[in-house]
Design a binder for this molecule. Structure first.
Ligand code: ATP
Ligand code: MG
Ligand code: MG
Ligand code: MG
Length: 474
């Protein structure tokens, strides 16, 4: 089937609506009632209040396309075909209502029915938790999936410590021989292993136990279903794309970056392709995060935004882009996502301003910082050293605004590691100096704006017009 990303998203929601689900809007990326989370990182993260019983939904069946940010995947971006920092998780949820049977048979119906996704059943594989004989039985007897398409995987148990937990069943799409990155007989060559031929598209979690503080598992009186399907991955299957990036969700961004670059063309070279992908990915995350009320700063959420912008800017250098450019992509993100997230385009001007400011600030020191970094790398190589000094990494951080992770990643490309213990030590020393200076200043009764001006905290302010002039002047 030829479908756009917007049609695929809509089809998912329509399917579950036809099964009695309430379509819920995506919650903002900044969790406003959950202090344990930096970002909403999955559909289920917004359902906690229903699953723990503190709020009873008017309909126990819910479906949504939830924007999610996963910082643990930052360094995968550009290198794997399937990871993003910001992605959309399509999901269907049962709050103590339907359970395994419906969750599995509906998933299969959506994926393979000619009226819906119409995927070739031959290409679909599933994994189950070895002890979950019930799920396996449903796949075998109701779906009639051949046993050769079912793999038992020990990891298929969703558990976050205390709270609801349970086995899960994941669905993989076989992209075929051309995507093999391992030998056929490699032990990792199976759905759920490391072979990129099998793309994980959907995780169905059967949350049926309460993981108690004493470490035991007790059956839940009301069992829940929570599923997550990566929209970008499914779109890559529909649009027959080599990676998630060659789809209508990312190509307009890559094309624009190509226009702004130094004649480098996407598809020419692996190293510059990584840069195009990182730029397209990161500007989406940054745009959505700022749109949801977060702002660049030196800690927490703000630091994630800063790190993403700076990583993207460094990759811009790799494409020969010298001036601020990311901000020019913000409106394109808004256009691509307009059908489901109109608020992004509405705020594009403001978001672009924030991005531009952050880019300009980094560009002031970037060249000198990169020069220092390259010199230090050359020196380390000459000395046949395998480590880059933590003092240098600290200087890059402190004077040139290079997040440690960027220096580490850059060094890694040259087979060098950064002495992180030394970096931490430098950081500690600097904090002590700052503390001493502060108490000194206090004792003298000095009100120095520089010393009292601490970082901006991001907070959820909703979709109303953001009043942030104070920050813009910063
Ligand atoms: P992977 O093994 O590929 O890293 P995961 O097992 O960590 O994925 P889940 O936590 O099971 O992912 O999330 C449910 C679904 O969300 C996945 O099946 C996938 O389709 C999608 N997904 C997860 N992480 C990402 C990401 N970083 N970028 C894009 N899609 C993702
Ligand atoms: Mg993962
Ligand atoms: Mg996985
Ligand atoms: Mg998974």
């Amino acid at each position: 089937k030829q479908l756009s990303s917007a049609q695929i998203r809509q089809m998912y929601l329509d399917f579950f609506k036809s099964k009695g689900h309430e379509v819920m809007q995506s919650a903002p990326l900044v969790p406003h009632d959950d202090p344990t989370l930096l970002w909403i990182n999955s559909g289920v993260a917004t359902m906690k209040k229903f699953f723990d019983g503190s709020v009873v939904p008017k309909n126990p069946r819910i479906t949504s396309s939830q924007k999610s940010i996963r910082t643990n995947d930052i360094e995968n971006v550009g290198h794997t075909a399937r990871h993003h920092t910001l992605f959309e998780m399509l999901g269907n949820f049962s709050v103590g209502d339907y359970f395994k049977e419906e969750a599995i048979t509906w998933a299969w119906e959506l994926l393979t029915s000619p009226e819906w996704f119409d995927m070739d059943p031959e290409k679909l594989y599933v994994t189950v938790y070895p002890k979950d004989t019930q799920a396996k039985k449903i796949w075998l007897e109701e779906v009639k999936l051949p046993e050769s398409h079912i793999f038992e995987v020990e990891d298929n148990f969703w558990d976050i410590g205390e709270g609801p937990s349970g086995p899960d069943s994941e669905i993989f799409y076989d992209r075929g021989q051309a995507f093999n990155n391992l030998a056929e007989d490699d032990p990792e060559s199976y759905p759920g292993g490391e072979n990129e031929r099998y793309l994980e598209i959907w995780n169905i979690v059967f949350s049926e136990f309460n993981h108690k503080p004493d470490g035991t598992y007790e059956p839940l009186p009301h069992k829940n279903i929570d599923t997550g399907m990566g929209l970008e991955r499914v779109v890559s299957v529909f649009q027959n794309a080599r990676t998630n990036f060659e789809t209508d969700l990312f190509m307009p961004l890559i094309k624009k970056a190509q226009e702004l670059g130094n004649g480098v063309v996407y598809g020419d070279e692996a190293a510059t392709d990584v840069s195009f992908k990182v730029i397209a990915d990161h500007i989406r995350a940054v745009t959505f995060a700022i749109g949801d009320g977060a702002l660049p700063s030196n800690e927490g959420r703000g630091y994630v935004i800063r790190r993403l912008i700076r990583r993207a800017v460094m990759h811009g250098q790799n494409l020969g882009i010298q001036d601020a450019f990311l901000y020019k992509l913000v409106a394109i993100v808004g256009q691509i996502m307009q059908s489901h997230y109109p608020e992004v385009l509405e705020q594009a001007e403001f978001i672009a301003k924030v991005v531009r400011m952050e880019e300009d600030r980094f560009n002031e020191t970037l060249k000198d910082g990169l020069q220092l970094l390259n010199e230090m790398i050359a020196q380390a190589k000459k000395n046949k050293a395998s480590k880059l000094s933590g003092k240098i990494a600290f200087k890059l951080y402190d004077t040139y605004g290079f997040p440690l992770e960027l220096t580490t990643e850059y060094a890694k490309e040259q087979d060098l590691v950064v002495d992180e213990a030394e970096f931490e030590d430098q950081m500690k020393q600097q904090k002590e100096r700052a503390r001493a200076a502060r108490s000194n200043a206090k004792s003298m009764g000095v009100q120095n704006a520089l010393l009292t001006d601490i970082k901006t905290e991001s907070k959820y302010v909703g979709y109303e017009k953001l009043v942030t002039n104070a920050v813009l002047k910063d």
